[in-house]
Design a protein around this ligand. Structure first.
Ligand code: PNS
Length: 168
């Protein structure tokens, strides 16, 4: 049996914490679909195409470096309910990172709701301790205020962030 999981998110932008969870999921399951939500609740800094492109480039880089198998991670996008995307992909497991108790309530609620409305099982991966304080929103804020984000996001994401906030 081949087990595929969906790692959904806004990825605005993808952080090293996201990437670590995705890669660890890819090593435990046969295939991971990174599902980028088209319309996050807040106006995104990066367009859907940019968010998908940055993740795809990072996955390609990891494949080229031999860190993950080719074809083990696909990047897709969705609009609407996550459970509908999972049904279209014929996947019954969602995999998400959990940074700490701050994430827990909302994540548990979503997991239970997705189980109720779509029969989706959610599996949580404990974030690495040195990634537990990373969040896309904090990283966007720090970049906007000209602070350092090196080591918090992949290098290509850092370059894209700096370009976007400086408007160059
Ligand atoms: O990276 P984020 O913003 O924490 O990701 C949240 C996301 C995209 C996983 C969540 O908002 C989501 O699943 N959105 C799709 C709409 C949906 O299915 N809503 C019901 C959730 S129970």
């Amino acid at each position: 049996m081949t087990v595929t999981v969906v790692c959904p998110g806004s990825y605005d932008p993808m952080t090293n914490g996201h990437l670590d969870v995705i890669v660890r999921a890819a090593r435990r399951f046969d295939r991971v679909i990174v599902a980028v939500v088209a319309n996050p609740s807040k106006q995104p800094l990066f367009t859907l195409e940019e968010r998908v492109g940055l993740i795809t480039a990072e996955v390609d880089r990891l494949v080229a470096a031999g860190d993950i198998d080719a074809g083990s991670i696909d990047v897709a996008h969705f609009d609407g309910l996550l459970v509908d995307f999972c049904r279209q992909q014929q996947v019954g497991i969602v995999c998400k990172g959990l940074r700490g108790v701050g994430d827990f309530d909302a994540e548990l609620q979503m997991a239970q709701m997705n189980a109720r409305i779509g029969d989706i099982e959610t599996i949580f991966v404990a974030t690495r301790p040195d990634h537990s304080y990373l969040s896309s929103s904090l990283i966007r804020e720090i970049a906007r205020l000209d602070g350092p984000v090196t080591g918090m996001v992949p290098a290509a994401v850092e370059r894209a962030l700096i370009e976007r906030v400086r408007g160059t």
